[in-house]
Design a protein around this ligand. Structure first.
Ligand SMILES: [Zn+2]
Length: 691
């Protein structure tokens, strides 16, 4: 999820990227970590595993042995180097690696047997290590580089191109001494990143306040906060506390104090670690021939360079600022009803004021909405929508699964089976706690079907009347958007181009686009029906749509500040600036609200490790999603002919063409920011192409 999501779900980017990262890591893109000599996942003879875990471990050991053998073969290929002699065996190897790694990645996240989850975790590490060694193999690189693809099919040329690009971004083409330096730097970066994340995760802070200060918070929240012997209640910096407090607490001081603690986590420990991390990344980039790490990490993204990412951030900022100003004026007006002397809105006041406005002016009550979203009706409604738009049918798939609650389906086009998927939708002990689409089997044309798995944590496991939150329904659509991308894109020849194999900064566009159907009255009323058989009322859908637009300017403005922070830190020699000074400069320029004293956001923004310079990808994907959706807004959200065209142009090619080409194929023009500008109520006149 995007940082500081401002009380609502922006995107499930983080959750999704976890699933994607595995694919990237085991593919040819990604940073290196040192090879391990220990390839066995056995735990030693003294530990007795469950029979199922034992069987899984044997299968995993078997796959590892086959992959090790495959790696030896790939590193000893003999000329002549051709598509048949090099690219085909590489593809076979990648199919086995992806399928092995995605199956263990999934089981590690969802399998009910704790032993098996442990085994799967160790298998994942072993597969990831094999993927890294593949990506750093000099003999394989030389063989691939020698293949002439001049007269090959376009998808083969693309596979050749992205494979070589991955090798070169890993530095495989460099001399031995340089390769050793790169390896050491990557190792250092991995360790510093882990330390940075660990400090954030482990530094949970608490404040103690008198029970009276909890005024305004929901009753069930207060009931869960016992008063201690000193007459105080303890509140932590975990989401379960911060979100309700920022949203509902009447006490300005409580919100201020909690946010001050929250935004100081991992400080001062992470200051030095971040400086070292930025230095190591800068050195790595320079070793690989780039000016900055931001240039290195954007080289294989849609933006292509740090300069282009910076232009995007500035264009976005220009567009969003008037909308943010408008939102902020409304927040200030609301604040003045509480404090007539107020002159500006502080950071710890924004969510609280937004919530008051939503409740008072839009009358959107989450508790009243739930009745319209029984899980099964939502699921069936979503299947109907997809069947209608894309001309496919979804039928139950009679197969074994890892848990009785898991649903399994097959997707048909006419009589032809084209894909399969699992849905593991409800929470249980030991299961992954977020929402994500996991690739489960890579789709290869005329060889094997694409299989994906949706993992969510919605209510409705046992009782057909269990209802979902509106925000959960939105998450369902989002994740289903990823699923469709993976399944429709899973008819490629090359595993590395199959499914969600586009540039990272495009991967969230199809999923975000599908969310837009949540606000379509016809779609919503086809399945949002309560126990009395009444569909969700017209005026409620209209208020929902109006309420979501309120606050978008402010949220977008904050997100672009984070984007600027992430890019700028990685786009200069870190020896030339101070972390705090640079953050304050950027905050003054990009952020709509003033800095809160005694806070150290750079020490606890975990994305600075996981996303490094490319936090902007959240906003970039959003802009593109709205641009793609503008065709549906114009030609109809139930337009089957258009939906088929979208499927053919955007989803089916997977990664076989650059994302910019896919978009242009669909829109008949390059992508632009105009639709995004319209969504903010800003004149699109100033919104040129995304540059
Ligand atoms: Zn996503």
């Amino acid at each position: 999820m995007a940082a500081d999501s401002h009380g609502k779900e922006w995107f499930m980017g983080m959750a999704f990227s976890r699933a994607l990262a595995l694919v990237l890591l085991t593919g040819l893109i990604g940073c290196a970590s040192p090879a391990s000599d220990d390839q066995s996942v056995a735990d030693g003879p003294e530990k007795t595993l469950s029979p199922e875990a034992q069987a899984f471990q044997e299968q995993c050991d078997d796959n590892i042995a086959r992959l090790e053998q495959g790696l030896v073969t790939l590193e000893n290929l003999a000329p002549p180097f051709t598509v048949d002699s090099v690219l085909n065996p590489l593809n076979d190897f990648q199919i086995l690696l992806y399928d092995s790694a995605s199956r263990t990645g999934l089981y590690e996240a969802v399998h009910p047997d704790a032993d098996l989850r442990d085994v799967a975790g160790k298998c994942t590490a072993a597969y990831s290590d094999i993927g890294t060694r593949l990506s750093l193999s000099r003999p394989l690189y030389e063989a691939v580089a020698a293949v002439d693809v001049g007269s090959a099919e376009p998808d083969t040329q693309r596979f050749h191109h992205v494979t070589l690009q991955g090798f070169r971004l890993s530095g495989v083409d460099r001399d031995k001494k340089t390769r050793e330096k790169i390896r050491a730097l990557n190792d250092r970066i991995t360790k510093l990143g882990q330390a940075f994340d660990k400090n954030i995760l482990e530094d949970v802070r608490y404040i103690e306040v008198s029970p009276q200060e909890l005024e305004g918070l929901p009753e069930d929240y207060i009931a869960g906060k016992p008063v201690g012997e000193n007459g105080k209640v303890r509140i932590s910096t975990r989401y379960v506390d911060t979100i309700p407090v920022y949203t509902y607490a009447h006490s300005d001081e409580l919100r201020r104090e909690l946010r001050q603690q929250d935004r100081s986590r991992a400080y001062p420990e992470n200051e030095q670690i971040l400086e070292d991390l930025l230095s190591a990344r800068h050195e790595l980039a320079q070793t690989l021939g780039f000016d900055t790490f931001a240039d290195l990490v954007t080289a294989d993204k849609m933006t292509g360079s740090a300069g282009r990412a910076q232009s995007f951030i500035d264009d976005f900022h220009d567009l969003v600022q008037p909308a943010a100003r408008r939102d902020l004026d409304r927040l200030l007006a609301e604040l003045k009803t509480l404090d007539p002397d107020a002159t500006q809105v502080e950071r710890w006041q924004a969510m609280f004021l937004e919530e008051r406005i939503r409740r008072e002016q839009y009358d959107v009550d989450a508790a009243k909405m739930r009745q319209y979203f029984p899980y099964r009706k939502v699921r069936d409604g979503l299947f109907d929508l997809v069947s209608h738009l894309f001309g496919v049918t979804i039928r139950p798939w009679d197969t074994d699964t890892w848990h009785p609650a898991v649903e399994a389906y097959e997707m048909y086009e006419g009589d032809k089976l084209i894909a399969r998927f699992y849905m593991d939708m409800h929470p249980r002990e030991g299961k992954y706690q977020h929402a994500a689409a996991f690739s489960t089997q890579v789709g290869i044309r005329d060889r094997q079907l694409p299989i994906s798995t949706l993992v969510c944590n919605f209510a409705g496991g046992n009782n057909p009347d269990d209802v979902m939150e509106f925000s959960e329904v939105r998450t369902f659509l989002h994740e289903f958007g990823h699923l469709l991308h993976a399944l429709f894109g899973g008819q490629q020849r090359w595993a590395a181009l199959s499914g969600i194999a586009t540039e990272w900064d495009f991967a969230e566009a199809p999923s975000q686009m599908l969310e837009e159907w949540m606000y379509d009255k016809a779609t919503l009323q086809s399945f949002a029906i309560n126990a009395e058989g009444e569909p969700i009322p017209d005026d409620l859908v209209e208020r929902l749509d109006a309420a979501r637009q309120f606050g978008e300017g402010l949220t977008g403005n904050l997100q672009i500040f984070y984007s600027a922070l992430s890019l700028t830190y990685h786009n200069q020699d870190p020896a030339t600036f101070d972390l705090m000074d640079r953050m304050l400069e950027l905050e003054a320029h990009y952020s709509p609200m003033p800095h809160q004293d005694d806070t150290y956001f750079y020490a606890n923004l975990g994305h600075l490790n996981g996303y490094s310079a490319i936090y902007y990808t959240y906003m970039w994907s959003k802009v593109i999603a709205l641009d793609l959706f503008s065709e549906f807004a114009e030609q109809g959200l139930r337009n089957r002919e258009l939906a088929q065209r979208y499927r053919k142009a955007i989803l089916e090619p997977g990664g076989s063409k650059p994302a910019a080409t896919l978009i242009e194929d669909f829109l008949g023009r390059p992508y632009s920011m105009a639709a995004f500008a319209r969504s903010l109520g800003v004149s699109p006149a100033g919104a040129g192409p995304v540059e």
